[in-house]
Design a protein around this ligand. Structure first.
Ligand SMILES: [Zn+2]
Length: 160
Protein backbone atom coordinates (compact mmCIF):
# COMPACT_ATOMS: atom_id res chain seq x y z
CA UNK A 1 0.00 0.00 0.00
CA UNK A 2 1.33 3.43 -0.88
CA UNK A 3 1.60 5.89 1.98
CA UNK A 4 0.06 9.30 1.59
CA UNK A 5 2.47 11.88 0.15
CA UNK A 6 2.41 13.95 3.31
CA UNK A 7 3.64 11.00 5.36
CA UNK A 8 6.66 10.66 3.08
CA UNK A 9 7.17 14.41 3.43
CA UNK A 10 7.02 14.12 7.19
CA UNK A 11 9.52 11.25 7.30
CA UNK A 12 11.92 13.18 5.08
CA UNK A 13 11.42 16.30 7.15
CA UNK A 14 12.14 14.55 10.41
CA UNK A 15 15.14 12.72 8.96
CA UNK A 16 16.64 15.99 7.68
CA UNK A 17 18.59 18.41 9.85
CA UNK A 18 16.43 21.01 11.61
CA UNK A 19 18.95 23.81 10.96
CA UNK A 20 18.25 25.53 7.64
CA UNK A 21 21.67 27.15 7.22
CA UNK A 22 24.74 25.91 5.39
CA UNK A 23 26.02 23.30 5.33
CA UNK A 24 23.03 21.56 6.99
CA UNK A 25 20.70 22.62 4.16
CA UNK A 26 22.93 20.77 1.66
CA UNK A 27 22.23 17.38 3.23
CA UNK A 28 19.19 15.51 1.93
CA UNK A 29 17.63 12.36 3.35
CA UNK A 30 17.56 9.68 0.63
CA UNK A 31 16.25 6.61 2.42
CA UNK A 32 16.87 3.86 4.91
CA UNK A 33 20.05 1.82 4.51
CA UNK A 34 20.50 -1.97 4.71
CA UNK A 35 21.20 -1.78 8.46
CA UNK A 36 18.10 0.27 9.22
CA UNK A 37 19.77 3.66 9.63
CA UNK A 38 18.98 6.75 7.58
CA UNK A 39 21.22 7.58 4.61
CA UNK A 40 21.94 11.02 3.22
CA UNK A 41 23.31 12.64 0.10
CA UNK A 42 25.30 15.86 0.12
CA UNK A 43 24.36 18.28 -2.66
CA UNK A 44 26.43 17.56 -5.77
CA UNK A 45 27.77 14.27 -4.41
CA UNK A 46 26.64 10.78 -5.48
CA UNK A 47 27.57 8.93 -2.27
CA UNK A 48 24.97 7.74 0.21
CA UNK A 49 26.37 8.49 3.64
CA UNK A 50 25.42 8.00 7.28
CA UNK A 51 24.71 11.05 9.42
CA UNK A 52 28.26 11.66 10.70
CA UNK A 53 29.91 11.23 7.32
CA UNK A 54 27.28 13.35 5.56
CA UNK A 55 27.86 16.25 7.97
CA UNK A 56 31.64 15.90 7.61
CA UNK A 57 31.36 15.88 3.80
CA UNK A 58 28.99 18.84 3.80
CA UNK A 59 31.42 20.83 5.93
CA UNK A 60 34.35 19.93 3.68
CA UNK A 61 32.42 21.10 0.62
CA UNK A 62 30.49 24.10 1.93
CA UNK A 63 32.18 25.20 5.14
CA UNK A 64 30.29 26.17 8.24
CA UNK A 65 30.20 28.03 11.53
CA UNK A 66 30.43 26.82 15.07
CA UNK A 67 26.85 26.26 16.24
CA UNK A 68 27.62 27.77 19.65
CA UNK A 69 29.87 30.79 19.03
CA UNK A 70 29.19 31.46 15.30
CA UNK A 71 32.90 31.40 14.45
CA UNK A 72 33.49 30.53 10.79
CA UNK A 73 35.63 27.42 10.61
CA UNK A 74 36.44 27.45 6.88
CA UNK A 75 35.94 24.89 4.16
CA UNK A 76 38.78 22.52 4.99
CA UNK A 77 38.50 19.68 7.45
CA UNK A 78 40.57 21.21 10.21
CA UNK A 79 41.17 19.67 13.61
CA UNK A 80 39.57 22.76 15.16
CA UNK A 81 36.17 21.75 13.73
CA UNK A 82 34.37 18.91 15.48
CA UNK A 83 31.02 17.18 15.36
CA UNK A 84 29.18 17.78 18.61
CA UNK A 85 26.19 15.92 20.02
CA UNK A 86 23.46 18.29 21.16
CA UNK A 87 22.33 15.60 23.52
CA UNK A 88 25.47 13.82 24.78
CA UNK A 89 26.28 10.56 23.14
CA UNK A 90 25.00 7.51 24.90
CA UNK A 91 26.20 3.96 24.29
CA UNK A 92 24.64 2.70 21.07
CA UNK A 93 22.97 5.94 20.08
CA UNK A 94 23.17 9.63 19.45
CA UNK A 95 24.67 9.57 15.95
CA UNK A 96 21.53 10.80 14.24
CA UNK A 97 21.62 13.87 12.04
CA UNK A 98 19.28 16.02 14.13
CA UNK A 99 21.56 15.47 17.14
CA UNK A 100 24.79 16.53 15.41
CA UNK A 101 26.14 20.04 14.87
CA UNK A 102 29.46 21.54 13.85
CA UNK A 103 31.35 23.03 16.76
CA UNK A 104 34.78 24.53 17.28
CA UNK A 105 37.00 22.49 19.55
CA UNK A 106 36.84 25.19 22.23
CA UNK A 107 33.02 25.14 22.49
CA UNK A 108 32.88 21.35 22.21
CA UNK A 109 35.24 20.98 25.15
CA UNK A 110 33.42 23.61 27.23
CA UNK A 111 30.05 21.93 26.60
CA UNK A 112 31.44 18.53 27.55
CA UNK A 113 28.63 16.18 28.49
CA UNK A 114 26.05 18.87 29.23
CA UNK A 115 22.71 18.86 27.46
CA UNK A 116 22.22 21.70 24.98
CA UNK A 117 19.83 23.65 27.21
CA UNK A 118 22.27 23.44 30.14
CA UNK A 119 25.13 24.77 28.04
CA UNK A 120 23.29 27.49 26.13
CA UNK A 121 19.61 28.25 26.56
CA UNK A 122 19.89 30.78 23.69
CA UNK A 123 21.16 28.16 21.23
CA UNK A 124 18.59 25.65 22.49
CA UNK A 125 15.88 28.18 21.62
CA UNK A 126 17.33 28.77 18.15
CA UNK A 127 17.46 25.04 17.51
CA UNK A 128 13.88 24.47 18.69
CA UNK A 129 12.63 27.41 16.58
CA UNK A 130 14.23 25.83 13.49
CA UNK A 131 12.56 22.52 14.32
CA UNK A 132 9.20 24.27 14.85
CA UNK A 133 9.56 26.04 11.46
CA UNK A 134 10.10 22.71 9.72
CA UNK A 135 7.11 21.13 11.40
CA UNK A 136 4.96 24.16 10.58
CA UNK A 137 5.86 23.78 6.89
CA UNK A 138 4.91 20.11 7.04
CA UNK A 139 1.62 20.95 8.78
CA UNK A 140 0.89 23.50 6.04
CA UNK A 141 1.39 20.77 3.43
CA UNK A 142 -0.90 18.39 5.30
CA UNK A 143 -3.57 21.10 5.62
CA UNK A 144 -3.34 21.92 1.92
CA UNK A 145 -3.62 18.24 0.98
CA UNK A 146 -6.57 17.76 3.35
CA UNK A 147 -8.38 20.71 1.79
CA UNK A 148 -7.93 19.38 -1.76
CA UNK A 149 -9.92 16.73 -3.57
CA UNK A 150 -9.90 13.44 -1.70
CA UNK A 151 -9.03 10.25 -3.53
CA UNK A 152 -11.71 7.59 -3.66
CA UNK A 153 -11.49 5.22 -0.71
CA UNK A 154 -10.24 1.80 -1.59
CA UNK A 155 -12.13 -1.21 -0.25
CA UNK A 156 -9.15 -2.27 1.92
CA UNK A 157 -9.07 1.05 3.82
CA UNK A 158 -11.13 1.06 6.97
CA UNK A 159 -12.67 4.29 8.21
CA UNK A 160 -10.77 5.85 11.12
ZN1 LIG B 1 32.61 27.75 19.06
Amino acid sequence: MNEPGWLDDLKGLLAAHPLAERPYDKIAFVGIGPHGGPLYRVDGDASRLNARNALRRAFERFGGKCFYCDRTMGGDPKPSCTLDHLSPRKPGGGDVLYNLVLACIHCNQRKGRDELVQFSAKRAQAYLHSLADRLTRCLDTVSRDAAGPRPARRPDQAAL
